[in-house]
Unconditional design. Structure first.
Length: 137
């Protein structure tokens, strides 16, 4: 398993078990799919990037940037802003529990933005979660 998959699994697990998140987005709508239009509201587990952290000669630390996409049919951006805020709170509430072989040394939301979709009916939020992953024996 890669660090990126370990992070994605842990993020989804954190979100579907968080009362604040599922009060706004049903757990069944927190998905890893390539679908448009996405269910409304939804959190779609998106792209990820893994970068060698560069501070260990053992090369056992990777910084994973994972993108979450938030979709909601609404006239304003208020709903996606609330969902993005709940995602940030959930991610930073406690250490992420990764699959065997990986340890989350740190996790934070490093970027959030909300935009209006060109369809004129949907709001879109993009949340970047940055996780420092250490491989463990």
């Amino acid at each position: 398993m890669s660090a990126e998959i370990a992070v994605q699994i842990a993020l989804r697990q954190r979100l579907i078990l968080d009362a604040g998140v599922i009060a706004l987005v049903p757990a069944a709508n927190i998905l890893d799919v390539n679908q448009r239009p996405a269910p409304s509201p939804s959190i779609i587990l998106g792209q990820s990037q893994a970068v060698d952290d560069g501070d260990s000669i053992a090369r056992d630390r990777t910084r994973v940037f994972h993108t979450l996409h938030v979709w909601k049919k609404e006239a304003s951006l208020e709903g996606v802003k609330r969902i993005c805020g709940e995602i940030r709170r959930a991610v930073q509430a406690d250490r992420l529990l990764l699959s065997a072989g990986f340890h989350a040394a740190d996790a934070r939301v490093s970027d959030m933005r909300q935009t209006r979709d060109p369809d004129g009916e949907t709001s879109h939020g993009v949340v970047t979660v940055e996780v420092l992953v250490q491989e463990v024996a």
